[in-house]
Design a protein around this ligand. Structure first.
Ligand SMILES: Nc1ncnc2c1ncn2[C@@H]1O[C@H](COP(=O)(O)OP(=O)(O)O)[C@@H](O)[C@H]1O
Ligand SMILES: [Mg+2]
Length: 261
């Protein structure tokens, strides 16, 4: 059965897209069948896997508005070993038009149901807002993976995000759980980062991934080559971190207990 994971945080620039692309590539490297769904009008995940967002015949927007079948929009990327459902600026239209559709919160869920059997993991790269598109992702998902930077305001934003997740779980999608919290761009020499990280562990316990993603310039460079970091610089600290994250995620779903730490 496939597992659908929304990569979400309403804050921009926290590493959602970087995480979605590199976790997709790392899971694919372990022979899982993976689909990366771009839900952001910026199309960063699309460009980051080497697909030109300006030359798309059909996008996630068409799927959400029922103008195309998911299977016809998904592209397999042979050199990367996983598939993408690409997006571009048209997503802004989807965001607005879905507000007028009675079942607008269920569009993504219905569309993915048709293709879910083809994949082990479906990763949803969410836009930086608790918008209709993010709600679609939470309705479709089994879990929410929350990338976050350990900064002063990070915990405040987390409260609103967790409230939204809890509300969707109560009202629409009882399966939805917090998949895990991922510390991104982590600098262990920064005292504030360590304080925030400590608070995170106190609040969320073993929901916090043991893997931390360090600040690594290779992660920032890779998208301009249309490559995940394991394709761009497999020896980099960023590549190692995302492979470790994939390992951790797989161990959790194999039913293994997470060691306390
Ligand atoms: N661990 C990291 N080290 C260095 N740069 C990073 C790292 N993670 C993300 N970045 C860079 O930070 C910026 C924001 O990351 P991105 O994944 O696009 O965030 P979001 O999708 O949450 O807006 C991008 O330029 C990205 O390349
Ligand atoms: Mg993004």
């Amino acid at each position: 059965m496939s597992r659908i994971i929304a990569v979400a945080n309403q804050k921009g620039g926290v590493g959602k897209t970087t995480t979605a692309i590199n976790l997709a590539a790392s899971l694919a490297a372990t022979k899982r069948r993976v689909l990366l769904v771009d839900l952001d009008a910026q199309g960063n995940a699309t460009m980051g896997v080497g697909v030109d967002k300006y030359k798309l015949a059909k996008t996630t927007c068409d799927v959400l508005l029922e103008q195309a079948r998911a299977a016809d929009v998904v592209q397999y990327l042979p050199s990367l070993g996983f598939s993408v459902m690409p997006a571009n600026g048209d997503m802004t239209e989807a965001e607005i038009r879905l507000r007028d559709v009675a079942a607008g919160d269920f569009s993504l869920k219905s569309a993915l149901a048709e293709i879910a059997a083809d994949f082990d993991y479906i990763l949803l790269d969410c836009p930086p807002a608790l918008s209709k598109l993010t709600v679609n992702a939470f309705v479709a998902a089994d879990g929410v993976l929350i990338p976050m930077q350990c900064e002063y305001y990070a915990l405040e934003g987390l409260t609103a995000l967790v409230d939204t997740i809890n509300k969707i779980r109560r009202v629409i999608n009882p399966r939805l759980e917090i998949e895990g919290l991922l510390r991104t761009m982590y600098d262990p020499r920064n005292n504030l980062a360590n304080d925030v990280s400590e608070q995170l562990l106190q609040h969320f316990g073993d929901k916090v991934y043991r893997t931390m993603v360090p600040r690594n310039v290779r992660l920032a460079e890779a998208p301009s080559h249309g490559l995940p970091v394991i394709g761009y610089d497999p020896a980099s600290s960023g590549a190692k971190a995302y492979l470790a994250l994939a390992g951790e995620l797989l161990r959790r779903h194999d039913g293994g207990q997470l060691p306390l730490g």
